[in-house]
Design a protein around this ligand. Structure first.
Ligand code: ADP
Length: 394
């Protein structure tokens, strides 16, 4: 079918693909992992079946992309060329306020932003180049994690540093998960039956990475992630906020900048606090069985989140809903309960039955009848947003 949209999401050692039809139904999704090593492997899910896929040597992103595309062809899900390809690109700096059709100038701009996201943008470009080589005639569109947050006012994006760090090196808050937060704004407006331009929400995206955004009249006005995705909430393996004085302290203990970076990105968060796992489902089971550190990890996670909900109200003049999304936000009744328990002063309260059913029985609503504001659970779908953007910008 020429009427398909391909979504490509390249991570440092992984590659995710999704194929959509024009009605935005997902026809297939695929994942290749451990790229760059000899045990790279892939799988593709389509028509309720899982196909294991060998990634031939050298087991890199190009090889994985070719193998997954070949499988889409074998299954006759992709015939000819896709209508357009949408690429997730992590950092668009201040150059992009929306998705962009990929041109040589756009590639240059993504390269320039690589200084701000050295682990992500270069590998995103690898995906773009590999796809361009496979489908040279097909429009390719870059969809940026940062773009939606370009509406942040200066007072929300500036750090309290000497101005030259912003002016010369672009040190400021950019924010991430923009596609998901933007999708939440649209979905909340639809569910609440309001125009998007009059909808104000606090959107909590809680997956392995976590961020929260204040959305006023449909636009992002504050968000918890900053220059990098490390700032803000407690995450699976990332610490989120901490005292910048810690860097000197840990340096004094002999940790190098690279070791500190690894500690804060990969060994902290729920994993570090619990000493067991970054997986909220497992932590919930452990906590229920009396594992004190697991229980404490969940509580630190929920308390930090509640503090940020309070902080986000500083950017709003009305609140139409607090929205939960992401693997944890959509599925953990416990996290929602423990977070909202800290927000009594804001007048927020949950209906336990609707919360236990994740709002699936009540058109996404989980708030108690007495709650001052609605509380919604809305499944996110970043890939579908990227597919839609690819269609709109191609
Ligand atoms: P990613 O950011 O990698 O896309 P997800 O949005 O899939 O991650 O979220 C992964 C997180 O969601 C994990 O911590 C996982 O344990 C959690 N999660 C998924 N299902 C449940 C559940 N039923 N209860 C609690 N946590 C869950």
């Amino acid at each position: 079918m020429e009427d398909t949209l391909l979504v490509v999401n390249c991570g440092s050692s992984s590659l995710k693909l999704a194929l959509y039809d024009r009605q935005m139904h997902c026809l297939a999704s695929a994942l290749a992992e451990r790229l760059g090593s000899s045990d790279a492997f892939g799988r593709l899910d389509a028509n309720d079946q899982r196909h294991q896929i060998e990634i031939p040597a050298p087991g890199d992103h190009d090889a994985a992309l070719a193998a997954l595309i070949q499988q889409l062809r074998t299954l006759q899900l992709l015939q000819g060329q896709p209508r357009a390809v949408g690429h997730r690109v992590v950092h668009g700096g201040e150059s992009f306020t929306d998705a962009a059709r990929i041109t040589p100038e756009v590639v240059d701009a993504i390269e320039r932003c690589a200084a701000l996201a050295p682990l992500h943008n270069p590998v995103n470009l690898v995906g773009i180049r590999a796809t361009q080589a496979l489908f040279p005639e097909v429009p390719q569109v870059a969809v940026f994690d940062t773009a939606y947050h370009q509406s942040l006012p200066e007072h929300a994006y500036l750090y309290a540093l000497p101005q030259r760090f912003y002016q010369e090196w672009g040190v400021r808050r950019y924010g991430f998960h923009g596609t998901s937060h933007q999708f939440m704004a649209g979905e909340a407006a639809r569910i609440l039956d309001k125009p998007l331009s009059e909808t104000s929400i606090i959107s909590a995206h809680l997956g392995n990475g976590c961020s929260i955004t204040a959305i006023r009249d449909g636009q992002s006005v504050d968000t918890s992630m900053g220059l990098t995705p490390l700032e803000g909430l407690v995450m699976g393996t990332r610490s989120g906020d901490l005292d910048p004085g810690l860097f000197e302290f840990l340096g004094g203990k002999g940790l190098s900048p690279a070791e500190i970076n690894r500690l804060l990105n990969q060994d902290s968060g729920l994993l570090g606090l619990s000493g067991e796992t970054n997986d909220m489902r497992t932590l919930t089971e452990l906590a229920a069985n009396g594992h004190r550190q697991a229980d404490l990890a969940i509580e630190v996670f929920c308390f930090r989140l509640a503090r940020y909900v309070g902080a986000m109200t500083a950017s709003l003049t009305q609140l139409d809903a607090l929205v939960f999304t992401g693997g944890i936000g959509e599925n953990s009744a416990l996290v929602r309960t423990r977070t909202v328990a800290h927000l009594q002063l804001l007048g927020l309260s949950l209906d336990n039955n609707h919360n236990d059913r994740h709002g699936r029985d009540n058109q996404h609503h989980i708030e108690h009848a007495d709650s001052r504001f609605p509380i919604l659970v809305i499944p996110t779908n970043e890939e579908r947003v990227i597919a839609q953007s690819a269609l709109n910008h191609s």
